[in-house]
Design a protein. Structure first.
Length: 331
């Protein structure tokens, strides 16, 4: 079996390492020449996964066609901003026999579309309905260091989710299956916005009370939106909801949390992103969430305040004050 992993950032690199535990033919595609050279010569991705050594089962390439040729499974670890473009390039190589797994956790910024919806537009409904969508408490660097964790594989085709589960599960990755694609995608994408809020909270010197309130109420507004869109309530209390929320809102390994820390220090969004040096999916997903919030008339106060900080230059402390002094409500 050949598995193509598209994207050699921290998450794609970690996924290739996880896939290589049980599978001997992993093709990792990157469009970054420095990454290609580093992995080829040193078996390291020094920028993204530091000292973690790539298995001999992994071959890196700059040629997308070479990576996809004869692949039985394709794993997409592509940022939301490039997702549609890469799907268009992938399209000629996807057929009924190829297992397609999306591992990105973001929403299309300009439309608010989930990855499965973008996939439907580009590859067609049949392919999207048979694809698998991954989400869970998955810090890339912990998996790269072979620290055990769990995730969810969601698909309208449960048999395909089970196939992926069998291929990728190991002593390091425990995969569960679900048919709630909407819930898994919404939870996995929008917890990044709350992670930015948590990073801001930590950076401002607030305590565990604040963090717990942000996570709990953040999960509430994400759940409210997700259920309105057709997701199952219980999904948000599983790995791709609560589990992912706990991880990304509590660890400096989380890029979105680190972005929030930088914003709390008084840095602009542009400067914070430059300092981060990697994609923070909470940024485009926040804008997308506001599109969805307005479209469905769903109340999302934390998301709205983060939007104001990111794009309206609102002071973080002022945003906190406005959140705290809103009209009184029942829980």
């Amino acid at each position: 079996m050949k598995i193509a992993v598209l994207g050699a950032g921290s998450w794609g690199s970690a996924l290739s390492m996880l896939a290589a535990i049980k599978n001997k033919n992993i093709s990792l595609w990157t469009n970054e020449e420095s990454v290609f050279e580093d992995i080829s010569k040193n078996r390291l991705n020094s920028y993204y996964t530091k000292e973690c050594v790539f298995s001999k089962n992994i071959t890196v390439t700059l040629d997308l066609e070479e990576s996809l040729k004869d692949a039985n499974m394709v794993i997409m670890a592509i940022p939301s901003k490039a997702y549609r473009e890469v799907l268009l390039r992938v399209k000629p190589y996807i057929n009924d026999e190829v297992l397609l797994l999306n591992a990105g956790k973001g929403l299309e910024e300009s439309t608010g579309l989930r990855n499965s919806q973008v996939m439907t537009e580009v590859l067609g409904e049949y392919i999207a309905n048979n694809a698998i969508f991954l989400s869970g408490p998955n810090l890339a660097m912990e998996f790269a260091h072979m620290k055990p964790g769990a995730t969810v594989f969601a698909s309208h085709n449960l048999d395909n989710a089970k196939k992926a589960q069998k291929i990728l599960s190991s002593e390091v990755l425990r995969a569960y299956t679900s048919t709630d694609v909407i819930g898994v995608e919404i939870g996995g994408s929008l917890k990044n916005v709350i992670a930015i809020a948590s990073g801001i909270s930590y950076g401002l010197g607030f305590g565990y009370n604040t963090t717990a309130a942000l996570q709990t109420r953040g999960l509430k507004e994400i759940t409210r939106l997700g259920v309105f869109m057709g997701a199952k309530l219980e999904t948000f209390y599983g790995l791709s909801g609560l589990g992912d929320m706990i991880t990304t809102c509590s660890s400096e390994l989380s890029r979105n949390f680190r972005l929030g820390l930088s914003l709390a220090e008084g840095n602009s969004l542009d400067d914070s992103l430059k300092k981060l040096g990697q994609v923070a999916e909470g940024v485009p997903s926040c804008r997308a969430a506001m599109i969805l919030s307005e479209k469905f008339n769903v109340y999302m106060p934390i998301t709205k305040e983060i939007y104001s900080i990111l794009w309206e230059n609102k002071e973080p402390r002022e945003a906190v004050k406005d959140l705290m002094l809103r009209d009184y409500k029942e829980e």
